[in-house]
Design a protein around this ligand. Structure first.
Ligand code: NDP
Length: 479
């Protein structure tokens, strides 16, 4: 079976007829053959999107915001109706456990519902200027947007980008990761079925270095929203520079969870494993540095290790599974290499890091203790199931270690003191922080990074700003 790509809302073969094979992480075997877009397909999609947008006079851009909201509600309804299809595709294509995959379908639908409601509540202002007349600020769609998505949360991150972009009236060109194109294509079908005019919907699987670059560098792409590695983000900034595309970047992370001795240690130690090992550690928000105040360090480590050993690793299609395989052999090898680097630098492997017998890219969650912040496993994003545990001795030291990172995406803080929570939360250089819990992302709230973790924000009403231009118009009242 070959999955065709989508240009102007229509499934078709790639212009050059090429395909590529998608591998199932749980088996290591071929799962699907997918049309492989080339620069020719990018050109076809951009030509159609540019025509459909028609400098802001196209039908979708001009559809009133309430009606656009209705269409997005329909997208959410269809996603929920097709939950089995999407969840199975994400479980098999990305290795997500079925329970997580079902949650992701619901969260994707929730994102569309949020922006369905936002569509007619994002508006301009009237400014009391000195001149006689009325000064209005209008919000207008920015134009064709290129949405480039990684493999770790293929469906969810696509929804985070598509929903606000469409709510604002823009044509969308979605470029999924080559490892995980399946749910993006299903989502493209849903958009068309829900009533987004077909010429505004394009989904192009294919090599990022060729078609991603062609999409970014083309002057018809008004905005690029990218999620992926920091180095790729930097290259996107460069290739979009000549035509001054609007760019937002969600990049890597090396987030810290800080556990103070006055916090609920047993809850923190029981909850924190899934903040690193969820999605097999392939999560930009993973709390991969866990800082624990020295007096409770041993107690924390004991409970954390026991909770980690209890995580059910296995077949993503089983309802029992809590952690599935990694996405690829390469990603697993990177994690194994980092465990070796960590122990070589003097850290202590407490448990895990084993490759089980059999097929698939499985790796048991690894707990590495006595890490110091100068070690590579504390500084570099591993993007795998490896937790580094670091002791600290004071509030100041915890803040200093947390902030001593190139990244600043997410993080947690565990304390029983409200005043300490306020002090430390204000001191941490990170875009998202949760106190006494791990959850990072809520689609109602802005999400993004400080430092090398990104540029701009996704989600919340901030995303609506990112997919619109501001036009200031002054109406003179003088005849
Ligand atoms: P990559 O940067 O390798 O790829 C991300 C996407 O960009 C893929 O669709 C890829 O296509 C495409 N791409 C690759 N090269 C280019 C290029 N030159 N121009 C345009 N597009 C290109 O990241 P991964 O897929 O490996 O994802 C993992 C990374 O994503 C991690 O570092 C993680 O931290 C980060 N991430 C950040 C999040 C955040 O919100 N901050 C959320 C999730 C992940 P192809 O697959 O064909 O190579």
């Amino acid at each position: 079976m070959t999955e065709q790509l989508i240009i102007a809302g229509t499934r078709r073969d790639a212009a050059e007829g090429a395909t590529f094979t998608v591998i199932e992480p749980a088996t290591g075997q071929p799962l699907a053959e997918v049309a492989k877009a080339s620069a020719v397909d990018v050109d076809l999609a951009l030509a159609a999107a540019h025509k459909a947008f028609d400098d802001g006079r196209g039908p979708w851009a001009r559809t009133n915001a309430t009606e656009r909201g209705r269409v997005l509600h329909k997208v959410a309804e269809l996603l929920r109706e097709r939950e089995d299809l999407f969840a199975t595709a994400e479980a098999r294509g990305a290795g997500h456990p079925m329970g997580d995959a079902r949650w992701e379908v619901g969260a994707g639908a929730g994102t569309f519902e949020y922006y369905a409601g936002a569509a007619n509540k994002h508006f301009g202002t009237v400014i009391p200027v000195q001149d006689a007349g009325i000064d209005m600020v209008l919000r207008e769609p920015v134009g064709p947007v290129g949405l480039i998505v990684p493999w770790n949360f293929p469906l969810l991150i696509a929804c985070w980008k598509l929903a606000p972009a469409l709510a604002c009236g823009n044509p969308v060109i979605l470029k999924p990761a080559s490892l995980t194109p399946l749910t993006a294509l299903l989502l493209g079908d849903v958009l068309v079925d829900a009533g987004v005019p077909a010429e505004n919907v394009h989904v192009l699987p294919g090599p990022g270095g060729i078609i991603g670059d062609a999409l970014v560098a083309d002057g018809r792409t008004a905005k690029v929203s990218f999620t992926g590695e920091t180095t790729t983000g930097a290259s996107i900034l460069k290739s979009s520079a000549d035509h001054i595309a609007r760019v937002s970047l969600e990049l890597g992370g090396k987030s810290a969870a800080v556990v103070f001795a006055d916090g609920n240690i047993s809850k923190a130690a029981r909850d924190l494993p899934m903040s690193v090992f969820g999605n097999a550690g392939q999560d930009c928000c993973a709390r991969s540095r866990i800082l624990v105040e020295r007096p409770v360090y041993d107690e924390f480590l004991e409970i954390f290790e026991a909770a980690t050993r209890a995580i059910k690793v296995g077949d993503p299609l089983s309802d029992e599974t809590e952690m599935g395989p990694m996405i690829s052999e390469g990603q697993r090898k990177t994690s194994l290499d980092y465990i070796g680097i960590g122990t070589g630098e003097g850290a202590r492997l407490v448990s895990g890091g084993d490759v089980p017998e059999g097929d698939g890219f499985y790796l048991s969650p690894a707990v590495v203790a006595d890490v110091t912040n100068d070690m590579r496993i504390a500084r570099e994003e591993i993007f795998g199931p490896v937790a580094s545990i670091l002791p600290f001795d004071s509030e100041d030291e915890a803040i200093r270690i947390s902030n001593d990172s190139d990244y600043g995406l997410s993080g947690s803080l565990w304390t029983g003191s409200a005043t300490r929570a306020i002090r430390v939360a204000k001191s941490l250089r990170t875009g998202t922080l949760s106190v006494n819990t791990n959850k990072s992302v809520r689609y109602e709230a802005p999400f993004g990074g400080y430092k090398k973790s990104g540029l701009g924000r996704e989600l919340g009403m901030q995303a609506m700003d990112a997919y619109t231009e501001i036009k200031n118009v002054f109406f003179s009242e003088e005849d």
